[in-house]
Write a new protein. Structure first.
Length: 432
């Protein structure tokens, strides 16, 4: 059997296993080992399994993943998300649609120290949604704002998705983190503008809340110093060259732990919950990562990346036409799997195409993360929408998707801006 036929059977088997609800890490590992064993031999395939597992869990570079996950767990369990929302609400809540703007601002702040879109969306479904409903904000708008704000988790550093992209493509993770800062701020700013436009066009749609006093605003600011300190400490250390990404993760986790304990926000039970939460998530991520590496060996043997490169470059649609096809693929895959699984599965195939076309790998990392996150909120099946629905009981999927539509349009405009002006993502990394 030819290598092309084996590769096709491998991909069909992979998606078949996924449809049967086999975890994607297990599915990629099974297909990768089986295909590699068929083409190369059973003994080399079994040796590859042991070597890959050991190398992955003991590699110093991969330590960035559990460290930032632990930092995010400490942050989530110490109540920083609620403090961020209260502070943003005290300054912005009196504006038309102010609670929506405050939600976006708080999501951005929380994303900057958690690194997870799912965690951001789930957290603010419990923090911001009840408050918006209390002031009669429409259900569609309230859930749509939370879904859009949740996507900031994968863009603003530290981002687990960007870290995994850097590991797979052997790019500087520190530069990827810093490259996400300006696009992330652009995303938050454009979301806020979207809320403001909705409030201007439909003034009766979004109510105002009472204006907070100067004393209340200052009081709320006193509660967010920990979040600001942690972000400046971690990202400042990365940008200034004081930490490697792995060291920054360790320092961030240690800083979040100390701040939570000293403020009395982390007791023994919450510390235990944070450790278990980070361990479970890290185990899941490493399972997917190991499966992807095994599947990558299978792709290498079948020369799939090279053949995909030849096929796409032979279409005659130009480099930006090929980029548009790749982005469309990610939008479709966003209906089927989470962002991390998408990146791990597809980047080994797509990245050689990007390098061949001459695109900057750091810039493409930002583009791919933004496209993947857009896939997680667009209909008919957005993974973040499912997360919000699992937390909020009194709303259906149609209502959430209706609220997300304006932000999807905003995301598409933002992608065009970043493609037209790559300097937005590359300016900060160029000064490291």
């Amino acid at each position: 059997m030819s290598t092309n036929a084996v590769a096709i059977i491998g991909f069909v088997s992979l998606f078949g296993l996924m449809l049967l609800r086999v975890p994607i890490g297990m599915a990629m590992g099974l297909v990768g080992v089986t295909g590699f064993g068929y083409l190369v031999g059973g003994v080399p395939a079994l040796k590859m399994v042991g070597q890959t597992c050991m190398r992955t869990v003991t590699d110093y570079t991969f330590g960035v993943i559990p460290m930032f996950l632990l930092m995010g767990a400490f942050v989530a369990n110490s109540g920083m998300s609620r403090e961020l929302f209260r502070a943003a609400n005290s300054f912005l809540g009196h504006l038309r649609g102010g609670l929506g703007i405050a939600t976006i601002a708080a999501c951005g702040g929380f994303a900057a120290i958690s690194g997870s879109s799912v965690a951001t969306a789930a957290t603010f479904s419990t923090v911001a949604y009840p408050e918006m409903r209390r002031y009669n904000y429409p259900k569609s708008f309230a859930t749509g704002v939370i879904a859009a704000g949740g996507t900031l988790g994968a863009m603003l550093p530290p981002s687990t998705v960007l870290a995994v992209y850097g590991i797979i493509t052997e790019q500087d993770i520190g530069k990827l983190f810093i490259a996400g800062v300006l696009p992330g701020l652009l995303a938050a700013t454009m979301y806020i503008c979207t809320v403001s436009i909705i409030g201007f066009v439909r003034p009766d749609f979004l109510p105002r809340t009472p204006r907070h006093s100067y004393q209340e605003r200052m009081e709320s600011l006193r509660n967010v110093w920990a979040t600001l300190l942690l972000f400046v400490f971690v990202i400042g250390g990365l940008y200034g060259g004081l930490f490697t990404p792995t060291e920054a993760g360790g320092m961030g986790a240690g800083g979040a732990f100390l701040i939570g304990v000293l403020r009395g926000r982390l007791d023994r039970q919450q510390i235990r919950r944070s450790l278990l939460q980070a361990t479970r998530t890290a185990a899941a991520v490493f399972t997917v990562l190991i499966g992807a590496l095994l599947f990558g060996y299978f792709l290498t043997v079948t020369q799939t990346p090279q053949k995909v490169t030849e096929f796409l470059t032979g279409l005659g649609i130009g480099r930006y036409g090929i980029l548009a096809l790749i982005m469309l693929m990610y939008l479709v895959l966003g209906c089927l799997m989470d962002s991390l699984a998408m990146v791990i599965l597809t980047v080994p195939i797509i990245f050689p195409v990007i390098v061949h076309l001459g695109f900057n790998p750091i810039w493409f990392g930002i583009i791919i993360v933004m496209t993947v996150e857009l896939g997680l909120i667009h209909p008919p099946v957005g993974m973040i929408v499912f997360v919000i629905k699992s937390v909020v009981d009194d709303v259906d999927f149609t209502t959430i998707f209706k609220g997300v539509v304006p932000f999807i349009i905003t995301d598409l405009i933002r992608l065009v801006i970043l493609i037209a002006f790559p300097i937005i993502a590359l300016w900060l990394p160029s000064h490291m």
